[in-house]
Design a protein around this ligand. Structure first.
Ligand code: GLU
Length: 304
């Protein structure tokens, strides 16, 4: 498969979509990113990396971080995690409070904000310096020691994140947070603010295409069956309230973020990350989703 030629062709074909959609502006710092950016990187289980456009430029991974924190929480807590978080698509907005009220503070899944806050709480309960451990974990996955938090983005969200603040306090009121909401939120905002390039994110997600193991040294990040669980959750809950449309068009498990990034994985073959900040109505990158749809259509490779 000539991935290089394929993604170069996709780069041409997505040009008419760049500049469409809306950059997330509820986090003021994200609103400053130029909407016409586009990058794409493919990492194969053969050890090759192919990239195009702005694939080496760092962006705010936002909710893609939920994938990495879930992986770490699975390492730390195992199946016990599911006593406190569900595994079903929510059918509501990623930051909704409504469902939590009638489901007694148990978030529907780990990829909506409520679920990610509980995941963060679990990590905080296990680790002395959770924030740094998450950053170092992502560095290890991506094989890049330079990955850092974007403190301006974390601060921007901290001072405007009223809904997340409400969610954390609400979950605490049901007894489903062990730590103080302020500490959980601080760690959560920092994880979301991690600045990574498409190549970093694709590399960091490659263990999911490689039966849970790092490609560089064969070390197990999670067990193969846990990698299956994570990918299943990506497919059913990873792309906001349009998982059905994403699965229909792309046919790969994926996790998106409001920074405009999407990580998708093809078991046994590759991980791919696209980034373009213009979001569609359901909060997924508009040009990014199009690029992934073209990628699986042109290559004929998807999980279906
Ligand atoms: N930090 C963002 C928030 O909590 C993440 C949202 C996202 O990327 O889905 O609102």
């Amino acid at each position: 498969m000539n991935y290089k030629a394929i993604i170069e062709d996709i780069y041409e074909r997505v040009q008419p979509f760049l500049g469409h959609g809306r950059v997330a502006d509820y986090i003021p710092e994200l609103a400053r990113v130029p909407i016409t950016k586009f990058g794409m990187a493919v990492c194969t289980t053969d050890g090759d990396l192919f990239q195009v456009g702005d694939a080496a430029e760092k962006f705010s991974i936002q909710s893609i971080s939920k994938l990495f924190t879930l992986t770490l929480a699975m390492q730390l807590e195992g199946e016990g995690l599911w006593q406190r978080i569900g595994r079903e698509p929510s059918g509501t907005a990623f930051n909704s409070l409504v469902q939590l009220e009638y489901e007694n503070g148990i978030p529907r899944n780990p990829f909506i904000n409520a679920g990610a806050l509980v995941v963060t709480d679990i990590i905080l309960s296990h680790l002395h310096n959770a924030q740094r451990t998450v950053r170092d974990f992502v560095r290890q996955l991506a094989d890049n020691e330079e990955i850092e938090f974007d403190t301006a983005v974390a601060h921007s969200e901290k001072i405007t994140g009223y809904r997340n603040i409400a969610l954390a306090n609400f979950i605490k009121s049901f007894g489903n947070l062990q730590n103080e909401p302020v500490d959980v939120l601080d760690a959560y905002f920092h994880h979301c603010s991690l600045a990574m390039s498409c190549s970093d994110v694709a590399r960091a997600g490659l263990f999911l295409a490689n039966k849970g193991r790092l490609l560089q040294n064969g070390e197990a990040v999670v067990q193969a069956n846990q990698a299956k669980y994570i990918k299943s959750l990506m497919l059913t809950c990873g792309t906001y309230d349009s998982v059905g449309d994403f699965a229909y068009r792309v046919g790969l498990p994926g996790k998106s973020g409001v920074g405009g990034g999407i990580l998708a994985v093809m078991p046994g073959k590759f991980s791919v990350c696209v980034w373009s900040p213009g979001l569609n109505d359901t909060g997924n990158s508009l040009a990014g989703t199009k690029a992934l749809e073209l990628f699986t259509t042109v290559t004929g490779v998807s999980i279906f």
